[in-house]
Write a protein that binds this ligand. Sequence first.
Ligand SMILES: C[S@@+](CC[C@H](N)C(=O)[O-])C[C@H]1O[C@@H](n2cnc3c(N)ncnc32)[C@H](O)[C@@H]1O
Length: 395
Amino acid sequence: MTLTGKGRRWVAGGHPWIYKDDIADGKGETGELIPVFDPANQPVGWGLFSTTSRIAIRMVTRSPEQPNREFWKASMEQSLALRTDAGLMDPAGACRLIAGDADGFPGWVVDRYTDVLVVQCTTQGAERMRDFLLEVLKECLPFEPRAILDRSDAAVRKLEDLDPRVAWIEGSSPGLIEVQEGPVRYLVDVEQGHKTGAYLDQSQNHQMAARFAQGQRVLDAFAYDGLFGLHAAVAGAHEVVCMEQSQAACDRILANAKLNGVEDRIRIEKVNCMQAMRDKADAGERFGLVVVDPPAFARNRKESAGAERGYVELGRRAFAMCDPGATLVYASCSYNVRPEEFLDYVRKGARLADRDGWLMSMEGPAADHPQLLSLPETRYLKCAFLRVHAPSIGS
Ligand SMILES: C[S@@+](CC[C@H](N)C(=O)[O-])C[C@H]1O[C@@H](n2cnc3c(N)ncnc32)[C@H](O)[C@@H]1O
């Protein structure tokens, strides 16, 4: 496959994705590992080809040598070493072992829930290499997987002309899996839950938010399985309100609350959070810790204007429920809303609620969701930790 001059300059800049328009010549098969050349026919490296996506090639190496089994194995060992060093390999816990493109495995994600693996393929290349990569991964793992599920049902597969697929590759369904996250135990539905079963990218932030929970009334809005709320309750919150629209998730919040012996302090509301946040704010409800973790509001750059309205309005309602001294944890998982823009929306929401605040920190995901410097698309999650106060003079 030969690049155009523009394509060569783009790849030289370090980004690992090559767009269709930047290819001058060449053919490839569905998901094939192909050599890439510059316009002067000099080798640029090897990448995985897609016949349908706008991202035609995802580079896996800049070396002229074809990646072999040792190459992939060394890459996996590096990924596993990061998780081990970050303290994320507790056998009773869960973490992302391979984070797709960020780990150098385009479109190939592997999550671990105790000793159950969940694999997700979102590109033709990942689909084609699935079984080979799994075989290599099993050689590198410090444990024998009890079962392996292929949870390849993400909507992005459509761009690669791939049908959704959920199937056990090895072993059989273990039902709900009980997982440990710090002091909290929770149940994961790997077959039907969101993503591969849990929002593992927030694991660190669940625990960090709990530091501000003791003795507080806590709101966990867009709660999913209630992890922010559960951590808060276990850390000593006197009351936690979890709001979520999915019935299955609400059922798991209740089961999780019982599992941790905090069901008497967790109230579960199956509601539309957009409406419920307005009602609560208008009714003058107050909380000492508010967590707001909505789904992505902007799936592409065109949706950014709508996203601004959504984040500002949600922020206004969240700030209104915080008296001075309260903590607000506000997350955005929209890659298309950049951190500075998100902070600007948070500021506008505070202003509308007649509040100000300190940004204590802007967190990202845990280390098992590494953010590749050369691939800004891997930096999607922003989690602002704010201490709310009354408006400053002149703000
Ligand atoms: C990003 S996830 C939350 C993850 C969760 N905080 C965690 O850390 O595990 C967003 C959640 O919001 C829920 N959701 C989406 N729109 C909603 C709405 N309008 N009202 C209530 N829940 C909603 C989804 O079902 C999903 O569980």
